[in-house]
Ligand binder design. Structure first.
Ligand SMILES: Nc1nc2c(ncn2[C@@H]2O[C@H](COP(=O)(O)OP(=O)(O)OP(=O)(O)O)[C@@H](O)[C@H]2O)c(=O)[nH]1
Ligand SMILES: [Mg+2]
Length: 432
């Protein structure tokens, strides 16, 4: 039995309207002192008064279970005055309807089976998406448990039932488990899981974005590339070496990839104190980015020992890129931000982060760290099943299948694990 809750569903700034949501059991009775609820799902004007205040609001009533939370839900569209809305919420408090915690509406939707955990996570992503690609990702994941996971369940459950049957009745009833048949069923499942691992490895970058630092000698063309990727002139570009002094940051979407770019001061042993400070700021940026693009002019490719020493600790994530490809040719990834020829860079980034999956092919893939870890665990579990020797006791098979089923349930939220839920809802805003 959950206590009734309320929350503003819109921010409390002056606005045309504010929406206040209430969820709970039997709201018709509870709200009677304030108003008579309208017919289900029909918008109706209601005059309400409480204390010294009165308000005429558009009211919508969604009776349980056909509502967002699965409980009775009432939505009030009030005049958009923050003070009025606060007074209204206070009055709801006197009717025994307390303020909701962040994410509490969605939490109830989950508990009442209106949404599964994957949908809830996609919703969290939808609310926080900052680029078109992230928006598309979140929307593609918004619809229910994906077909391949449903298919997995359809394989796991009957075998789990058979294995448990063999454990409980095996010796008396002569029930035995056909491990070869089991393996025939689980081999395609494992293949499907591998495909999904590849997709989700790529989807992760589309969801979280890729952070890139641009480094190189002064005049290597860092700021020119920075501007070209950002699609706007954010950094100053001049022919004067040492133009960029500070670290600049921009978020953008380029070639379907959500990027966080850092432009840096050309790394060299600087005598100018301002430039030296700029160089000192580069090291922490190199620590935290996913990839360091080391730019070197193809027209003047002389190795710079001081720069290479700076990059040495990060070698695993350094990608060498030749700039000025319009002036001179070079082996490897060669681009010219000046003429807009960035094809080689696009190919290299997609190969590295998406494993050559098209961004559209990753839509709907599991993308959060929690989901990816559970998928990895499921793969390990299926691999153990497939590796079982043929005379394995039914207890062993049953316990592996039980473990696999638990992972499936945790992935989709069927076990309603509190700890996972608590973690999930802290990032939600009020009224969602
Ligand atoms: N032809 C040609 N010129 C380029 C290219 N990239 C940059 N330039 C020119 O090279 C000069 C230096 O470019 P920047 O982008 O400022 O170089 P930077 O690496 O940011 O230099 P600092 O900030 O001084 O470290 C400018 O005059 C650019 O117009 C390129 O691909 N081709
Ligand atoms: Mg620069």
């Amino acid at each position: 039995m959950f206590p009734p809750i309320c929350a503003p569903a819109t921010p409390l700034f002056p606005a045309a309207i504010h929406v206040v949501r209430v969820s709970g059991q039997d709201l018709r009775t509870r709200l009677r002192p304030l108003l008579n609820l309208p017919e289900p799902r029909r918008a109706a004007l209601r005059r309400m008064s409480w204390g010294d205040f009165q308000e005429r609001a558009l009211v919508l009533f969604f009776p349980a279970p056909a509502s967002y939370t699965g409980e009775d839900v009432v939505e009030f569209q009030l005049h958009g005055n923050p003070l009025l809305t606060r007074r209204f919420l206070e009055h709801l408090g006197t009717l025994g309807i307390r303020l909701a915690e962040p994410g509490e509406f969605t939490r109830r939707a989950l508990l009442h089976g209106k949404q599964d955990l994957l949908e809830v996570e996609a919703l969290g992503d939808l609310l926080s998406a900052a680029t078109d690609a992230q928006l598309r990702m979140a929307q593609a994941r918004a619809g229910q448990v994906p077909a391949w996971l449903k298919a997995a369940k359809a394989t796991i459950i009957p075998w789990l039932a058979r294995a448990e049957g063999a454990v409980d009745y095996g010796e008396d009833e002569g029930i035995s488990l056909d491990l070869d048949a089991l393996k025939r069923d689980f081999r395609p499942l494992l293949q499907q899981f591998h495909v999904e691992q590849t997709r989700s490895a790529a989807a992760r970058w589309l969801r979280d974005g890729i952070t890139l630092a641009l480094v190189g000698r002064p005049n290597a063309g860092k700021s020119t590339l920075f501007n070209a990727l950002a699609g706007e002139d954010r950094a100053i570009v001049t022919a004067h070496p040492g133009t960029t002094r500070d670290v600049l940051e921009v978020r953008c979407e380029w070639a379907g990839l959500p990027l966080v770019l850092f432009d840096t001061a050309g790394l060299r042993r600087a005598n100018d104190p301002v430039e030296r400070l700029g160089v000192e700021r580069v090291a922490p940026v190199l620590e935290r980015v996913d990839l360091v693009l080391h730019l070197e002019p193809a027209s003047d490719p002389k190795p710079d020992e001081a720069l290479l020493a700076h990059l040495e600790p990060f070698r695993a994530k350094v990608m060498d890129v030749y700039t000025f490809s319009d002036v001179a040719s070079a082996e490897g990834i060669a681009i010219s931000a000046a003429t807009g020829d960035l094809t080689a860079l696009e190919k290299a980034l997609k190969a590295r982060f998406l494993g050559d999956q098209a961004p559209e092919a990753c839509l709907g893939a599991l993308a959060t760290q929690r989901q990816r870890e559970l998928l990895d665990d499921m793969v390990a579990q299926v691999e153990m099943l497939l590796g079982l020797p043929s005379e394995s006791p039914a207890e062993v098979v049953a316990s592996l299948l039980q473990g696999l089923w638990e992972l499936w349930a945790r992935l989709t939220g069927e076990d309603r694990a509190e700890s996972a839920l608590d973690h999930l809802f802290t990032g939600f805003c009020l009224g969602k």
